[in-house]
Write a protein that binds this ligand. Structure first.
Ligand code: C2E
Ligand code: CA
Ligand code: CA
Length: 746
């Protein structure tokens, strides 16, 4: 049947929705609401297969108000509603319009009212208030007129939609930018860009983002890689640009990145995002909708917005990098490590994991001896070796100066598996170095479930390992944790008690075993708590050293000792030297010398009566600095003794260069001298060495006559020990001196 342009055409049955829905998705949905089936047919035939600005119509048919509402609820994208005014009621159509606009809040569908008779024309108010596009009597609507009316309705629907989508687009840009800023990872950010772009274009997210590879940023020719992809391009992620087979994508992206411009093609577009420092990137998006002017403007806004976001991303990435990465050794840092442990707890698998803290023994000494540069190279080499051996199964981080952390499965992180890695030499600055290592291990199940606690426990275990000598390992146990807590508690008490004057000095006489003259005394700290408990210096001195409290404590006992020296001198005891122990912690303080000097000046004591005892660990510090400080001390008139001689790691010859007056043979070498098992070789060695260097020598811890005689026979005359006297208060010392002189008249 042929159609006259201005005729209605009718056919038979009509479903609610036309089945012969056009193949392509691009159609306008036209809802025909009329209780007269003929009108449906006529409308359909009038408009079928017509091109309505690039799309064809898809008809929805409603025969009642109920039908209409049902279809409206099912289809959100109805472009035009051709609505019969009179259906069930005389004003059904108008009521429906009210519902559509006011209740369903559908503002976009264009409504064309059709009336059977001219008399039913709606009020002008209704036309305005309900945003009705047109009203026509049915007879007015010839095929051509219907076409024109529907076409203009569709145009305005399309325009409204575009305006809306640009509003939504702008909103998306704002929202998207906000989201993108929150995306901290470059990957997330990149896929976010594709997603947002697709949303703005109204297409499925199919695309890829290509940026300069960060791997070899420095190389002359930029190396581009796909860092994010969506849809069917997923498989191209991490591929290099020039390895992509699809020439459209490859050339499009390359063009965009070399010419720094957008590319709009029929099937796709490539957008260019300029970013400082050569971090620019390009996004290829599949889109069969070539963007109109409005959309192009929107896209430009989007691109510049995203570029700003991307700069932030890079900034954040760099900040993160700074915050989480150790540049010296190229490993994650402490913060990153703690986060990783926390993540491990969150994963619920922490029970199978453990953390190992690895620490270079005597790193400070190595630094002093060979220089900081050497120390840095050693750290790098160690980091490299750890990563090389265990990087696959463990997370390795540098958690403090010379300490590394490893987080891994307990079966992988056992000491017998880790140890061999350190047995080989480290070759640094053409020197071979075997590096002694201490480790502390914590099973995560034994720890509070947070990274900080785990690290604390690992370091408690590691310290324990250190105490048992070089190259030791220790596991953290609850018992160890308890003891560590106890120590913290004790330190707290020490702090308070020192403030409150509960510490006091004792003095232990030193005598010349040959002449029996008292030559001096050593000041020793004592602590009696408020509860009357005595805490041994072997317990509280290390705590005071670790916390730095030893510095004021050391000054205090120096002042007490000076006081005693002055009193003894005033009471006529000439030549009784008071020796004061100086901790390495004090010695390292830059103002140590100044504080000693000040104590001398305050008191006007004869500096000849003061001796400072330093341990070998002091002498192990930077040789020239130690020498300088010792010379300055001696220049003040104070003499210097090396305490616990022979227990440290120094070679005996280091004594030669040091300005030292006296050497104290450690008690452990005196203890071995006894009638049944006479072992005096080290004492003998130290005595000889001192003699050859013209340094005085004193034996400490002399407890019996046998030892005294043996030492005398070896040539050591000076001694301190229970054989003569235990440490005592200044008052007791004064009366002890009286007694001693009476029983040993010279
Ligand atoms: P030290 O400097 O080696 O002190 C000698 C230690 O040997 C003292 O222990 C002393 O009481 C003890 N002693 C002396 N003669 C004998 C003996 O015949 N037999 C035995 N078994 N022991 C003897 P004390 O007072 O417990 O001090 C222990 C350590 O605490 C000191 O070892 C020293 O390293 C440190 N210390 C004590 N007072 C101070 C101080 O004022 N400042 C610093 N920095 N350290 C101190
Ligand atoms: Ca001492
Ligand atoms: Ca000693």
């Amino acid at each position: 049947m042929t159609l006259a342009n201005d005729e209605f055409v009718f056919s038979d049955e009509l479903p609610l929705i036309d089945d012969d829905c056009p193949e392509q998705l691009d159609f306008w949905k036209i809802l025909i609401v009329d209780d007269d089936q003929d009108v449906h047919l006529a409308t359909k035939h009038a408009l079928q297969n017509t091109d309505l600005i690039g799309k064809v119509p898809l008809f929805l048919n409603a025969y009642s108000t109920a039908d209409c509402l049902k279809l409206l609820s099912e289809h959100s994208d109805i472009a035009v509603i051709l609505l019969d005014v009179v259906m069930e009621a005389e004003d059904s159509g108008l009521q429906l319009v009210g519902i559509i606009r006011n209740q369903l809040n559908l503002k976009f569908p264009r409504i064309i009212l059709r009336t059977g008779q001219p008399g039913y024309a709606p009020e002008l108010d209704a036309v305005r208030d309900y945003d009705i596009n047109d009203y026509k009597t049915k007879t007015e609507l010839t095929r051509n007129k219907l076409f024109i009316t529907v076409l203009s309705a569709i145009r305005s629907y399309d325009q409204l939609n575009r305006m809306e989508s640009s509003r939504v687009g702008l909103e998306q840009i704002v929202h998207g930018s906000r989201e993108l800023i929150a995306e901290t990872g470059l990957q997330h950010f990149a896929s976010g860009v594709i997603r947002q772009l697709a949303a703005i274009l109204g297409v499925n997210p199919e695309g890829l983002l290509c940026a300069q590879s960060t791997l070899n940023e420095s190389s002359a020719a930029p190396d581009y890689v796909i860092i994010a992809a969506a849809g069917r391009f997923q498989s191209l992620i991490q591929r290099r640009l020039n390895e992509i087979d699809d020439s459209i994508i490859r050339d499009g992206l390359a063009h965009c990145l070399t010419h720094h411009e957008h590319l709009f093609a029929k099937e796709y577009l490539v957008l260019y995002f300029p970013i400082r420092d050569n971090k620019h990137f390009a996004v290829f998006v599949k889109s069969n909708k070539s963007p109109n002017h409005l959309n192009q403007e929107l896209l430009k806004v989007f691109c510049s917005n995203v570029s700003v976001c991307a700069e932030n991303i890079h900034l954040i990435a760099r900040l993160k990098d700074f915050a989480y990465f150790d540049r010296l050794v190229n490993l994650p840092n402490r913060t990153a490590f703690i986060e990783a442990i926390n993540d491990c707890f969150k994963s619920g698998e922490a029970d199978e994991y453990c953390v190992m803290q690895i620490d270079i023994d005597q790193f400070a000494e190595i630094n002093n001896a060979f220089g900081y540069n050497y120390g840095d190279r050693l750290l790098e080499a160690l980091a490299y070796r750890l990563h090389d051996n265990f990087g696959k199964q463990c997370l390795i981080a540098r958690i403090s100066g010379d300490a590394f952390g490893m987080l891994g499965k307990t079966i992988d992180l056992q000491t017998h598996l880790i140890r061999p890695c350190f047995e080989k030499n480290f070759r640094i600055e053409d020197m071979n170095h075997v590096v002694p290592i201490s480790t502390g291990i914590v099973n995560l199940r034994d720890s509070n479930p947070d990274g900080q606690s785990v690290l604390k426990n690992a370091s408690i275990a590691r310290k324990l390992a250190k105490e048992s000598g070089l190259n030791s390992d220790a596991y953290y146990t609850n018992d160890i944790g308890f003891k560590a807590k106890e120590r913290t508690h004790l330190l707290h008490k020490l702090l308070i008690d020192f403030e409150q004057g509960l510490l006091f000095p004792l003095f232990q006489p030193q005598i010349n075993m040959y002449t029996k003259r008292v030559i001096g005394c050593e000041a020793l700290m004592r602590w009696r708590t408020k509860e009357g408990e005595f805490i041994s210096p072997d317990r509280f001195i290390p705590l005071a050293e670790k916390s730095g409290l030893i510095v004021p404590m050391g000054l205090w006992i120096l002042r007490e000792s000076i006081k005693l020296a002055q009193q003894l001198e005033a009471e006529g005891w000439e030549d009784i030297t008071v020796s004061i122990n100086v901790s390495v912690v004090q010695f390292r303080m830059p103002n140590f010398l100044a504080s000693v000097r000040q104590c001398l000046e305050e008191s006007a004591v004869n500096p000849r009566l003061i001796e400072l005892e330093i341990t070998e660990s002091v002498a192990m510090m930077d040789q020239s600095l130690v020498e300088h400080t010792l010379r300055e001390i001696r220049a003040l008139g104070i003499s210097i003794a090396i305490d616990d001689f022979g227990t440290g790691f120094s070679c005996l010859s280091y004594l030669e260069g040091l300005p030292v007056d006296r050497v104290k043979i450690d008690r452990s070498f005196i203890m071995t001298i006894s009638n049944d098992n006479d072992e005096a070789r080290i004492a003998d060695l130290v005595i000889r060495l001192s003699k050859s260097l013209d340094i005085r020598v004193i034996a400490e811890g002399v407890e019996n006559e046998f030892q005294a005689n043996r030492l005398l026979s070896l040539g050591c005359q000076e001694a301190q020990g229970y054989l003569y006297a235990k440490p005592m208060t200044a008052t007791d010392l004064k009366s002890w001196l009286q007694t001693w002189v009476h029983s040993h008249p010279s």
